[in-house]
Design a protein around this ligand. Structure first.
Ligand SMILES: [Zn+2]
Length: 144
């Protein structure tokens, strides 16, 4: 009995995890939402403009959060030779250049202050266009 319960719970959790990973959450500015907290109190919204990724910080109500002491580090691209693009702050967003390739993982590490422990968010950039919403796959909120 207990074993069946454990199996059921595990299956449910795996199912939920798969669901959470297959659909992008889209933010108020059409960007990809990433989590920068354990309790949904801080999100990032990633948009792409003129060859640069922009990362805005949003609070639990998806309202903008000013960038102050926070530090963002980015790694990604080819898994065998990951790149670490330089991140700057511009117009209240973190900004970094796109990497080579049409599809690659991005790892975003946000520290509340330079010496604090980072919160890590990951997503896969995929420039293929969704046939349904005509957005790039990394910005597609369709349920596939
Ligand atoms: Zn779509």
């Amino acid at each position: 009995m207990n074993r069946i319960l454990v199996l059921l719970t595990t299956t449910l959790l795996l199912g939920l995890r798969l669901l959470a990973h297959s659909d992008a959450e889209i933010g108020p500015n059409g960007g990809r939402i990433v989590e920068f907290s354990q309790n949904e109190s801080l999100h990032g919204e990633v948009t792409l403009k003129d060859g640069f990724f922009h990362v805005a910080l949003l609070d639990h109500q998806m309202k903008p959060v000013a960038i102050g002491t926070q530090v963002l580090n980015v790694a990604g691209g080819d898994r065998k030779a990951p790149q670490k693009p330089t991140v700057t702050v511009k117009d209240g967003h973190f900004v970094f250049p796109v990497l080579k390739g049409d599809e690659y993982p991005l790892v975003l590490q946000l520290r509340p202050t330079a010496n604090a422990k980072p919160i890590t968010a990951r997503f896969t950039y995929d420039s293929a266009v969704c046939g349904k919403c005509k957005q790039q796959e990394w910005l597609c909120g369709c349920k596939h």
